[in-house]
Design a protein around this ligand. Structure first.
Ligand SMILES: NC(=O)c1ccc[n+]([C@@H]2O[C@H](COP(=O)([O-])OP(=O)(O)OC[C@H]3O[C@@H](n4cnc5c(N)ncnc54)[C@H](OP(=O)(O)O)[C@@H]3O)[C@@H](O)[C@H]2O)c1
Length: 370
């Protein structure tokens, strides 16, 4: 099969110390990977970085994120990222050099996969080391046949697509449970993309008051999103009235805040949904003896698997696709973020270091071009 010229470009990868994430290094490889029979080599083109990627490292051991793209270096991992890559070399029928795919990649210039099921629009990486990992991460979508794909909006899609799908599923899960009888939803790390995409989806359901909790420096940003009924700094939690049945969506993963929320709302806290760990570099564990409901972890891939079974993958994709288009339009029409496009793995290292330090500007949409 023909080779793409980029197969010969210098290969490199970003390695992260699995114990101390701020220790990262960009390593050049002596040779670009080559495809054997049944394999495809991809050249990464563009990927997004958000705090979600740092959380992959936080849960790298607990949830297996280091196992997607294993390295030969003890103690060092390759961080998974979402974005776009082109086929550099293929020894698989149905996957052709030059085709562009969206999916889950390592922070590296190249990666080798083993497409098993190859469909008209997608394939599944059947590499043995990925077999036990959640299904949703193992599928790659061809962009030329993707109704959501548009070269102009690709950077925005790289940023929001994986986060929006969580938001869509979370709102769907809460609606399916009649919001546990709540009239109000309080979300922490409200300035995060996952949080405000969730607010966007929940707003489609009438009668729910959306409160965003955020750091004082991000309060104005959250207010200007136009997606929350009220934006409060963390210290102002106590200004909320106590008589309203409330759901807590925990995206910050801050156990002190979580305890505060439980103590404050008492019996009117009807559900505590753990979604993220934006403020933590270790898997947060809920404080012991919390009053009220026990926190329940929400893992989007599990809900997607349920909806695939309920609705079929096609219907799930139609519904989530329609919703995400509306969200992307909202983001673009209201200029919610400014793209910060940079080039190379060294730039990726700098952006991640900034996020690990907690210097994240929610108004910046980080995209790395390779
Ligand atoms: N369970 C799931 O299936 C699932 C799926 C997708 C995402 N998530 C999780 O949702 C979280 C948000 O991800 P995202 O990509 O949407 O984030 P993002 O848009 O990059 O969010 C940035 C925000 O996170 C907070 N933050 C970040 N670093 C911090 C630090 N070191 N100290 C304090 N606050 C910090 C700040 O919000 P505030 O100032 O508002 O606190 C900041 O504005 C992640 O933990 C991610 O893994 C979970």
């Amino acid at each position: 099969m023909p080779e793409h010229s980029s197969v010969n470009s210098q290969a490199a990868r970003l390695l992260m110390d699995r114990r101390k994430f701020s220790d990262m290094r960009v390593e050049s490889l002596d040779a670009t990977p080559r495809a054997a029979d049944g394999e495809v080599v991809f050249r990464l083109s563009r990927f997004a970085l958000t705090v979600n990627n740092v959380t992959y490292a936080t849960f790298g051991d607990a949830l297996g994120y280091w196992r997607f793209f294993p390295t030969d270096r003890e103690g060092w991992g390759q961080l998974p990222v979402w974005g776009y890559a082109d086929v550099a070399e293929s020894k698989v029928d149905g996957v052709e050099a030059g085709q562009r795919f969206y999916g889950y990649w390592p922070a590296a210039t190249h990666v080798k996969v083993q497409p098993g099921k190859v469909g008209e629009r997608s394939f599944r990486d059947e590499a043995a080391h990925r077999a036990e990992l959640p299904e949703i991460y193992n599928w790659y979508q061809r962009t030329d046949d993707d109704p959501l794909h548009d070269a102009q909006t690709e950077p925005l899609h790289a940023i929001y697509r994986p986060l929006f799908i969580t938001a869509f599923c979370l709102a769907d899960f809460l609606a399916e449970n009649n919001f546990f009888g709540a009239e109000r939803v309080v979300v922490s790390s409200a300035s995060s993309k996952t949080a405000y995409a969730t607010a966007f989806c929940i707003r489609q359901h009438a009668g729910i008051d959306m409160i965003g909790l955020t750091s004082s420096g991000n309060r104005e940003f959250v207010e200007n999103l136009g997606l929350y009924d009220n934006a409060l700094a963390y210290d102002d939690l106590h200004s909320l009235d106590l008589g309203t049945r409330t759901i807590y969506i925990d995206i910050a993963g801050n156990p002190q805040l979580q305890a505060e929320v439980h103590r404050f709302f008492g019996a009117n806290l009807v559900y505590d949904c753990s979604v993220g760990a934006a403020q933590s570099l270790v898997p947060p564990s809920p404080p012991r003896g919390l009053p009220g409901p026990q926190p329940e972890f929400f893992f989007a891939p599990t809900w997607i698997a349920k909806r695939y079974a309920d609705w079929g993958a096609g219907e799930f994709n139609r519904r989530s696709g329609r919703a995400s288009q509306a969200f992307f339009d909202y983001v673009a029409d209201n200029g919610l973020i400014e793209l910060a496009e940079r080039s190379g793995l060294e730039a990726a290292r700098e952006v991640l270091a900034e996020m690990i330090r907690g210097d994240t500007d929610p108004a910046a949409g980080h995209v790395i071009e390779l």
